[in-house]
Write a protein that binds this ligand. Structure first.
Ligand SMILES: NC(=O)c1ccc[n+]([C@@H]2O[C@H](COP(=O)([O-])OP(=O)(O)OC[C@H]3O[C@@H](n4cnc5c(N)ncnc54)[C@H](O)[C@@H]3O)[C@@H](O)[C@H]2O)c1
Length: 415
Protein backbone atom coordinates (compact mmCIF):
# COMPACT_ATOMS: atom_id res chain seq x y z
CA UNK A 1 0.00 0.00 0.00
CA UNK A 2 1.43 3.30 -1.04
CA UNK A 3 0.77 6.91 -0.03
CA UNK A 4 2.03 9.68 -2.33
CA UNK A 5 2.76 13.18 -1.07
CA UNK A 6 2.22 15.80 -3.77
CA UNK A 7 4.45 18.76 -4.54
CA UNK A 8 2.02 21.65 -4.48
CA UNK A 9 1.68 23.43 -7.80
CA UNK A 10 -0.63 26.35 -7.13
CA UNK A 11 0.70 29.89 -7.01
CA UNK A 12 1.42 31.08 -3.49
CA UNK A 13 0.97 27.66 -1.85
CA UNK A 14 3.93 27.04 0.44
CA UNK A 15 2.55 24.25 2.56
CA UNK A 16 3.05 20.52 2.12
CA UNK A 17 0.64 17.78 3.17
CA UNK A 18 3.17 15.64 5.06
CA UNK A 19 6.16 16.50 7.24
CA UNK A 20 9.14 14.22 7.91
CA UNK A 21 8.41 13.85 11.63
CA UNK A 22 5.04 12.25 10.81
CA UNK A 23 6.21 9.93 8.02
CA UNK A 24 6.97 7.29 10.65
CA UNK A 25 3.31 7.30 11.73
CA UNK A 26 2.33 6.25 8.20
CA UNK A 27 5.12 3.69 7.76
CA UNK A 28 4.20 2.42 11.23
CA UNK A 29 0.69 1.75 9.94
CA UNK A 30 2.22 -0.36 7.18
CA UNK A 31 2.28 2.12 4.28
CA UNK A 32 5.07 2.99 1.87
CA UNK A 33 5.41 6.75 1.60
CA UNK A 34 6.59 8.35 -1.66
CA UNK A 35 7.24 12.08 -1.76
CA UNK A 36 7.61 14.16 -4.91
CA UNK A 37 11.07 15.78 -4.86
CA UNK A 38 10.91 19.40 -3.73
CA UNK A 39 7.52 18.92 -2.05
CA UNK A 40 8.71 20.51 1.18
CA UNK A 41 10.93 23.18 -0.33
CA UNK A 42 8.68 26.18 0.37
CA UNK A 43 8.01 24.94 3.90
CA UNK A 44 11.80 24.81 4.37
CA UNK A 45 11.87 21.00 4.47
CA UNK A 46 14.64 19.35 2.47
CA UNK A 47 14.15 16.14 0.47
CA UNK A 48 16.86 14.52 2.62
CA UNK A 49 14.72 14.97 5.73
CA UNK A 50 11.91 12.95 4.16
CA UNK A 51 14.40 10.29 3.05
CA UNK A 52 15.91 10.11 6.54
CA UNK A 53 12.38 9.66 7.95
CA UNK A 54 11.78 6.61 5.77
CA UNK A 55 10.06 8.07 2.70
CA UNK A 56 11.12 7.48 -0.89
CA UNK A 57 11.74 10.56 -3.04
CA UNK A 58 10.24 9.81 -6.42
CA UNK A 59 9.27 11.97 -9.43
CA UNK A 60 6.71 9.27 -10.24
CA UNK A 61 5.34 9.13 -6.67
CA UNK A 62 1.73 9.02 -7.93
CA UNK A 63 2.33 5.83 -9.95
CA UNK A 64 0.65 2.93 -8.18
CA UNK A 65 -0.36 5.08 -5.20
CA UNK A 66 -3.49 3.99 -3.30
CA UNK A 67 -3.75 7.40 -1.68
CA UNK A 68 -2.49 10.83 -2.76
CA UNK A 69 -2.33 13.58 -0.15
CA UNK A 70 -2.02 17.27 -0.95
CA UNK A 71 -3.01 20.62 0.50
CA UNK A 72 -4.67 22.11 -2.59
CA UNK A 73 -6.75 20.06 -5.02
CA UNK A 74 -4.71 18.42 -7.76
CA UNK A 75 -4.58 20.03 -11.19
CA UNK A 76 -6.80 18.50 -13.89
CA UNK A 77 -3.93 16.84 -15.79
CA UNK A 78 -2.65 15.23 -12.60
CA UNK A 79 -6.12 13.92 -11.74
CA UNK A 80 -6.39 12.41 -15.24
CA UNK A 81 -3.10 10.56 -14.62
CA UNK A 82 -4.41 8.77 -11.50
CA UNK A 83 -5.50 5.15 -11.65
CA UNK A 84 -9.26 4.66 -11.18
CA UNK A 85 -10.02 3.93 -7.54
CA UNK A 86 -7.18 6.10 -6.19
CA UNK A 87 -8.16 8.01 -3.05
CA UNK A 88 -7.20 11.66 -2.55
CA UNK A 89 -7.21 13.84 0.57
CA UNK A 90 -6.93 17.62 0.16
CA UNK A 91 -8.77 20.87 0.58
CA UNK A 92 -11.43 20.85 -2.13
CA UNK A 93 -13.68 23.92 -2.22
CA UNK A 94 -16.56 22.23 -4.00
CA UNK A 95 -18.59 25.42 -4.54
CA UNK A 96 -15.72 27.38 -6.05
CA UNK A 97 -14.22 24.52 -8.09
CA UNK A 98 -16.97 22.44 -9.65
CA UNK A 99 -14.67 21.70 -12.64
CA UNK A 100 -12.20 19.94 -10.32
CA UNK A 101 -15.02 17.86 -8.86
CA UNK A 102 -16.05 16.84 -12.39
CA UNK A 103 -12.45 15.81 -13.18
CA UNK A 104 -12.30 13.71 -10.00
CA UNK A 105 -15.66 12.11 -10.80
CA UNK A 106 -14.69 11.28 -14.37
CA UNK A 107 -11.31 9.88 -13.29
CA UNK A 108 -13.05 7.48 -10.87
CA UNK A 109 -11.16 8.99 -7.94
CA UNK A 110 -12.42 8.71 -4.35
CA UNK A 111 -11.87 12.34 -3.31
CA UNK A 112 -12.06 13.55 0.28
CA UNK A 113 -12.47 17.26 1.00
CA UNK A 114 -11.05 18.09 4.41
CA UNK A 115 -13.36 21.09 4.77
CA UNK A 116 -16.35 18.69 4.68
CA UNK A 117 -15.17 16.64 7.67
CA UNK A 118 -18.07 16.95 10.12
CA UNK A 119 -17.19 19.19 13.05
CA UNK A 120 -17.98 16.63 15.75
CA UNK A 121 -15.68 16.09 18.72
CA UNK A 122 -14.44 12.71 17.39
CA UNK A 123 -13.22 14.50 14.26
CA UNK A 124 -11.41 17.34 16.02
CA UNK A 125 -7.99 15.80 15.44
CA UNK A 126 -8.73 15.72 11.67
CA UNK A 127 -10.24 19.20 11.46
CA UNK A 128 -7.99 21.03 9.03
CA UNK A 129 -10.24 24.10 8.96
CA UNK A 130 -9.55 24.57 12.66
CA UNK A 131 -5.83 23.82 12.49
CA UNK A 132 -5.31 26.25 9.64
CA UNK A 133 -7.60 28.90 11.20
CA UNK A 134 -5.38 28.78 14.27
CA UNK A 135 -2.37 29.66 12.11
CA UNK A 136 -4.32 32.40 10.31
CA UNK A 137 -5.51 33.99 13.53
CA UNK A 138 -2.00 34.18 14.94
CA UNK A 139 -0.64 35.53 11.67
CA UNK A 140 -3.32 38.25 11.50
CA UNK A 141 -2.36 39.61 14.90
CA UNK A 142 1.34 39.56 14.03
CA UNK A 143 0.67 41.33 10.71
CA UNK A 144 -1.35 44.01 12.50
CA UNK A 145 1.40 44.43 15.10
CA UNK A 146 4.04 44.68 12.36
CA UNK A 147 2.10 47.26 10.35
CA UNK A 148 1.32 49.45 13.36
CA UNK A 149 3.98 52.05 13.89
CA UNK A 150 3.50 52.08 17.65
CA UNK A 151 3.88 49.91 20.77
CA UNK A 152 1.19 47.38 21.54
CA UNK A 153 1.77 47.28 25.32
CA UNK A 154 1.54 50.11 27.77
CA UNK A 155 5.02 51.48 28.41
CA UNK A 156 5.70 53.41 31.60
CA UNK A 157 9.19 54.84 31.42
CA UNK A 158 11.19 57.56 33.11
CA UNK A 159 10.54 59.66 30.03
CA UNK A 160 6.81 59.24 30.35
CA UNK A 161 3.97 56.84 29.56
CA UNK A 162 3.01 55.46 26.16
CA UNK A 163 -0.52 54.07 26.08
CA UNK A 164 -1.24 50.54 24.88
CA UNK A 165 -2.64 50.09 21.38
CA UNK A 166 -6.32 49.29 21.03
CA UNK A 167 -7.14 46.26 18.89
CA UNK A 168 -10.69 45.35 17.85
CA UNK A 169 -11.36 41.83 16.60
CA UNK A 170 -14.61 41.00 14.78
CA UNK A 171 -15.49 37.31 14.64
CA UNK A 172 -14.32 35.19 17.57
CA UNK A 173 -14.21 31.68 16.12
CA UNK A 174 -11.00 29.67 15.99
CA UNK A 175 -9.04 32.34 14.07
CA UNK A 176 -10.52 35.30 15.94
CA UNK A 177 -9.80 33.81 19.36
CA UNK A 178 -6.22 33.10 18.33
CA UNK A 179 -5.85 36.69 17.06
CA UNK A 180 -7.24 37.93 20.39
CA UNK A 181 -4.89 35.72 22.41
CA UNK A 182 -1.88 36.84 20.36
CA UNK A 183 -2.69 40.56 20.52
CA UNK A 184 -3.25 40.20 24.28
CA UNK A 185 0.11 38.49 24.72
CA UNK A 186 1.71 41.41 22.88
CA UNK A 187 0.12 43.73 25.43
CA UNK A 188 -2.65 45.41 23.42
CA UNK A 189 -6.02 46.34 24.86
CA UNK A 190 -8.33 44.01 22.94
CA UNK A 191 -12.06 44.27 22.35
CA UNK A 192 -13.95 41.72 20.33
CA UNK A 193 -17.40 41.05 18.95
CA UNK A 194 -19.12 37.96 17.58
CA UNK A 195 -22.77 37.28 16.77
CA UNK A 196 -22.81 33.92 18.60
CA UNK A 197 -24.03 33.95 22.21
CA UNK A 198 -21.25 31.62 23.42
CA UNK A 199 -18.54 33.87 22.00
CA UNK A 200 -18.72 36.58 24.69
CA UNK A 201 -17.54 34.16 27.38
CA UNK A 202 -14.81 32.79 25.10
CA UNK A 203 -13.61 36.35 24.38
CA UNK A 204 -13.45 37.14 28.09
CA UNK A 205 -11.60 33.89 28.79
CA UNK A 206 -8.81 35.20 26.52
CA UNK A 207 -8.53 38.31 28.69
CA UNK A 208 -10.23 40.57 26.15
CA UNK A 209 -13.32 42.74 26.55
CA UNK A 210 -16.45 41.43 24.85
CA UNK A 211 -18.27 44.21 22.97
CA UNK A 212 -21.96 44.04 23.86
CA UNK A 213 -24.09 45.72 21.18
CA UNK A 214 -27.36 44.69 22.86
CA UNK A 215 -28.40 42.93 19.64
CA UNK A 216 -30.00 39.52 19.36
CA UNK A 217 -27.40 36.77 18.92
CA UNK A 218 -27.33 34.62 15.78
CA UNK A 219 -26.66 30.99 16.55
CA UNK A 220 -26.94 28.66 13.54
CA UNK A 221 -26.67 24.89 13.21
CA UNK A 222 -23.68 23.18 14.84
CA UNK A 223 -22.71 26.20 16.93
CA UNK A 224 -21.90 28.34 13.88
CA UNK A 225 -23.12 31.80 12.97
CA UNK A 226 -26.34 32.22 11.02
CA UNK A 227 -26.66 34.71 8.19
CA UNK A 228 -28.26 37.97 9.29
CA UNK A 229 -30.85 40.21 7.68
CA UNK A 230 -29.70 43.44 6.06
CA UNK A 231 -31.51 45.39 8.78
CA UNK A 232 -29.64 43.53 11.55
CA UNK A 233 -26.36 44.00 9.65
CA UNK A 234 -26.94 47.76 9.30
CA UNK A 235 -27.71 48.13 13.03
CA UNK A 236 -24.59 46.11 13.89
CA UNK A 237 -22.46 48.36 11.67
CA UNK A 238 -23.88 51.54 13.28
CA UNK A 239 -23.22 50.25 16.78
CA UNK A 240 -19.71 49.04 15.94
CA UNK A 241 -18.65 52.34 14.34
CA UNK A 242 -17.42 54.09 17.54
CA UNK A 243 -15.39 51.02 18.57
CA UNK A 244 -13.72 50.88 15.17
CA UNK A 245 -13.07 54.64 15.11
CA UNK A 246 -11.26 54.30 18.45
CA UNK A 247 -9.15 51.30 17.38
CA UNK A 248 -5.53 51.43 16.29
CA UNK A 249 -5.93 48.02 14.64
CA UNK A 250 -9.01 46.22 13.41
CA UNK A 251 -8.83 42.49 12.67
CA UNK A 252 -11.81 40.83 10.99
CA UNK A 253 -12.24 37.05 10.87
CA UNK A 254 -16.00 36.57 10.44
CA UNK A 255 -17.41 33.82 8.26
CA UNK A 256 -20.70 32.03 7.72
CA UNK A 257 -20.17 28.44 6.50
CA UNK A 258 -20.89 27.97 2.80
CA UNK A 259 -21.57 31.67 2.13
CA UNK A 260 -19.56 34.70 1.15
CA UNK A 261 -18.20 36.51 4.19
CA UNK A 262 -20.54 39.07 5.76
CA UNK A 263 -19.63 42.70 5.09
CA UNK A 264 -19.20 44.05 8.61
CA UNK A 265 -17.28 47.27 8.04
CA UNK A 266 -18.05 49.85 5.36
CA UNK A 267 -15.57 52.15 3.71
CA UNK A 268 -17.10 55.05 5.70
CA UNK A 269 -16.42 53.23 8.96
CA UNK A 270 -12.76 52.72 8.00
CA UNK A 271 -12.50 56.37 6.98
CA UNK A 272 -13.23 57.33 10.59
CA UNK A 273 -10.15 55.52 11.87
CA UNK A 274 -7.13 57.45 13.19
CA UNK A 275 -3.97 58.24 11.19
CA UNK A 276 -1.62 55.25 11.31
CA UNK A 277 -4.38 52.74 11.95
CA UNK A 278 -4.37 49.33 10.30
CA UNK A 279 -7.04 46.90 9.21
CA UNK A 280 -6.41 43.18 8.67
CA UNK A 281 -9.21 41.41 6.81
CA UNK A 282 -8.78 37.65 7.04
CA UNK A 283 -11.97 37.15 5.02
CA UNK A 284 -10.73 39.17 2.01
CA UNK A 285 -10.53 36.04 -0.16
CA UNK A 286 -14.14 35.04 0.43
CA UNK A 287 -15.76 38.40 -0.21
CA UNK A 288 -14.25 40.40 2.64
CA UNK A 289 -15.56 41.63 5.97
CA UNK A 290 -14.27 45.09 5.10
CA UNK A 291 -15.56 47.00 2.10
CA UNK A 292 -12.69 47.74 -0.29
CA UNK A 293 -10.19 45.18 1.06
CA UNK A 294 -8.32 43.24 -1.63
CA UNK A 295 -6.96 39.73 -1.04
CA UNK A 296 -3.18 39.68 -1.20
CA UNK A 297 -2.84 43.47 -1.22
CA UNK A 298 -2.51 46.44 1.10
CA UNK A 299 -4.81 49.28 0.07
CA UNK A 300 -5.30 52.66 1.66
CA UNK A 301 -8.75 53.70 2.82
CA UNK A 302 -8.85 57.08 4.58
CA UNK A 303 -6.12 57.03 7.21
CA UNK A 304 -5.91 53.25 7.37
CA UNK A 305 -3.75 50.70 5.65
CA UNK A 306 -6.02 47.76 4.83
CA UNK A 307 -4.34 44.35 4.48
CA UNK A 308 -6.37 41.68 2.71
CA UNK A 309 -5.50 38.10 3.63
CA UNK A 310 -4.70 35.63 0.85
CA UNK A 311 -3.91 32.01 1.72
CA UNK A 312 -2.81 33.21 5.14
CA UNK A 313 -1.84 29.78 6.60
CA UNK A 314 0.62 29.45 3.73
CA UNK A 315 2.48 32.46 5.12
CA UNK A 316 3.59 30.27 8.04
CA UNK A 317 4.16 27.08 6.03
CA UNK A 318 6.18 25.15 8.63
CA UNK A 319 3.64 25.04 11.47
CA UNK A 320 0.68 25.06 9.08
CA UNK A 321 2.08 21.99 7.28
CA UNK A 322 2.82 20.22 10.55
CA UNK A 323 -0.74 20.70 11.81
CA UNK A 324 -2.28 19.80 8.45
CA UNK A 325 -0.10 16.69 8.20
CA UNK A 326 -1.24 15.66 11.67
CA UNK A 327 -4.87 16.05 10.53
CA UNK A 328 -4.05 13.87 7.49
CA UNK A 329 -2.36 11.17 9.58
CA UNK A 330 -5.38 11.00 11.86
CA UNK A 331 -7.73 10.71 8.88
CA UNK A 332 -5.57 8.02 7.26
CA UNK A 333 -5.55 6.14 10.55
CA UNK A 334 -9.34 6.20 10.54
CA UNK A 335 -9.24 4.80 6.98
CA UNK A 336 -7.03 1.92 8.08
CA UNK A 337 -8.27 -1.36 9.46
CA UNK A 338 -6.58 -4.67 10.23
CA UNK A 339 -7.15 -7.92 8.39
CA UNK A 340 -7.56 -11.25 10.19
CA UNK A 341 -3.76 -11.67 10.41
CA UNK A 342 -3.40 -8.22 12.01
CA UNK A 343 -1.94 -6.54 8.91
CA UNK A 344 -2.98 -2.95 8.34
CA UNK A 345 -5.30 -2.49 5.37
CA UNK A 346 -6.30 0.70 3.60
CA UNK A 347 -10.03 0.00 3.80
CA UNK A 348 -12.11 3.09 4.62
CA UNK A 349 -15.43 2.24 6.21
CA UNK A 350 -17.97 4.52 4.58
CA UNK A 351 -20.50 3.77 7.28
CA UNK A 352 -18.40 6.19 9.36
CA UNK A 353 -19.91 9.68 9.09
CA UNK A 354 -16.47 11.30 9.04
CA UNK A 355 -15.51 9.38 5.90
CA UNK A 356 -18.90 9.49 4.18
CA UNK A 357 -19.33 13.17 5.07
CA UNK A 358 -16.00 14.22 3.60
CA UNK A 359 -16.19 12.05 0.47
CA UNK A 360 -17.08 14.10 -2.63
CA UNK A 361 -16.61 11.63 -5.51
CA UNK A 362 -16.44 7.84 -5.65
CA UNK A 363 -16.75 5.17 -8.37
CA UNK A 364 -17.38 7.78 -11.07
CA UNK A 365 -20.17 9.51 -9.13
CA UNK A 366 -20.47 12.69 -7.08
CA UNK A 367 -21.56 11.32 -3.72
CA UNK A 368 -21.72 14.61 -1.79
CA UNK A 369 -25.35 15.39 -2.52
CA UNK A 370 -25.31 19.23 -2.36
CA UNK A 371 -22.33 19.25 -4.74
CA UNK A 372 -23.94 16.67 -7.01
CA UNK A 373 -27.08 18.75 -7.21
CA UNK A 374 -25.13 21.94 -7.90
CA UNK A 375 -23.21 20.28 -10.74
CA UNK A 376 -25.66 17.74 -12.14
CA UNK A 377 -28.99 19.31 -11.20
CA UNK A 378 -31.88 17.86 -9.17
CA UNK A 379 -32.03 14.07 -8.90
CA UNK A 380 -34.29 12.55 -11.58
CA UNK A 381 -37.00 10.27 -10.17
CA UNK A 382 -35.95 6.78 -11.31
CA UNK A 383 -38.22 3.84 -12.23
CA UNK A 384 -39.79 1.91 -9.34
CA UNK A 385 -37.18 -0.68 -8.22
CA UNK A 386 -38.03 -4.33 -8.90
CA UNK A 387 -38.75 -6.21 -5.63
CA UNK A 388 -35.56 -8.11 -4.70
CA UNK A 389 -35.41 -11.46 -2.86
CA UNK A 390 -33.96 -11.28 0.67
CA UNK A 391 -30.15 -11.83 0.43
CA UNK A 392 -28.58 -14.79 2.22
CA UNK A 393 -26.65 -13.54 5.31
CA UNK A 394 -22.89 -13.37 4.47
CA UNK A 395 -20.30 -15.08 6.68
CA UNK A 396 -18.36 -12.49 8.69
CA UNK A 397 -14.96 -11.82 7.10
CA UNK A 398 -13.98 -8.38 8.35
CA UNK A 399 -12.38 -7.72 11.72
CA UNK A 400 -14.81 -6.84 14.51
CA UNK A 401 -14.89 -3.13 15.41
CA UNK A 402 -12.82 -3.53 18.57
CA UNK A 403 -9.94 -4.79 16.45
CA UNK A 404 -9.90 -1.63 14.38
CA UNK A 405 -6.99 0.69 14.93
CA UNK A 406 -7.29 3.19 17.75
CA UNK A 407 -7.44 6.78 16.60
CA UNK A 408 -4.53 8.75 17.96
CA UNK A 409 -6.00 11.97 19.30
CA UNK A 410 -3.17 14.45 19.11
CA UNK A 411 -3.89 17.11 21.70
CA UNK A 412 -0.97 19.16 20.44
CA UNK A 413 -2.63 19.59 17.07
CA UNK A 414 -5.65 21.24 18.64
CA UNK A 415 -3.89 23.76 20.83
N1 LIG B 1 -15.06 19.95 16.02
C1 LIG B 1 -15.73 20.92 16.64
O1 LIG B 1 -16.54 20.67 17.49
C2 LIG B 1 -15.46 22.33 16.24
C3 LIG B 1 -14.48 22.56 15.30
C4 LIG B 1 -14.22 23.85 14.91
C5 LIG B 1 -14.92 24.91 15.45
N2 LIG B 1 -15.87 24.67 16.38
C6 LIG B 1 -16.60 25.80 16.98
O2 LIG B 1 -17.42 26.44 16.02
C7 LIG B 1 -17.45 27.83 16.23
C8 LIG B 1 -17.08 28.63 14.97
O3 LIG B 1 -15.87 28.14 14.46
P1 LIG B 1 -15.08 28.73 13.20
O4 LIG B 1 -13.96 29.56 13.67
O5 LIG B 1 -14.77 27.66 12.28
O6 LIG B 1 -16.17 29.70 12.53
P2 LIG B 1 -16.21 30.38 11.13
O7 LIG B 1 -14.87 30.40 10.47
O8 LIG B 1 -17.37 29.84 10.39
O9 LIG B 1 -16.56 31.91 11.53
C9 LIG B 1 -15.67 32.72 12.29
C10 LIG B 1 -16.44 33.50 13.33
O10 LIG B 1 -17.16 34.58 12.72
C11 LIG B 1 -18.35 34.80 13.45
N3 LIG B 1 -19.30 35.61 12.67
C12 LIG B 1 -20.03 35.23 11.60
N4 LIG B 1 -20.77 36.26 11.16
C13 LIG B 1 -20.50 37.31 11.97
C14 LIG B 1 -20.95 38.65 12.03
N5 LIG B 1 -21.84 39.12 11.16
N6 LIG B 1 -20.47 39.47 12.99
C15 LIG B 1 -19.56 38.99 13.88
N7 LIG B 1 -19.09 37.72 13.89
C16 LIG B 1 -19.56 36.90 12.93
C17 LIG B 1 -18.82 33.38 13.72
O11 LIG B 1 -19.75 33.33 14.78
C18 LIG B 1 -17.49 32.69 14.08
O12 LIG B 1 -17.24 32.73 15.46
C19 LIG B 1 -16.53 28.08 17.40
O13 LIG B 1 -17.31 28.12 18.57
C20 LIG B 1 -15.65 26.87 17.43
O14 LIG B 1 -15.12 26.61 18.71
C21 LIG B 1 -16.17 23.40 16.77
Amino acid sequence: MKIAVAKEARDGESRVAMVPELVAKLTGLGYDVAVEPGAGLHALIADEEYAAAGAVLDDAAFDGADLVVSVQPLAAERIRGLARGTTTISFLPVNQEPETVVELRDAGVTAHAVELIPRISRAQSMDALSSQALVSGYRCAIVAAGMLRRFLPLNMTAAGTVQAAEVVVLGAGVAGLQAIATAKRLGAVVRAYDVRAAAAEEIRSMGAKAIDLQLETLEGAGGYAREMTEDRAARQRDLLTPYIAAADALITTAAVPGRTAPMLVTREMVEQMKPGSVVVDLAAETGGNVEGSVAGEVVRIGNAQVWGGRNVPSQMPGPASKLYAQNVVNLVTLMTTRDDEGHALFAPDYADEILSGSCVTQDGRIVHEPTREQIEGPAQPGPEPEPQPEPEPEPETSAPPDEQLDLPYDQEADQ
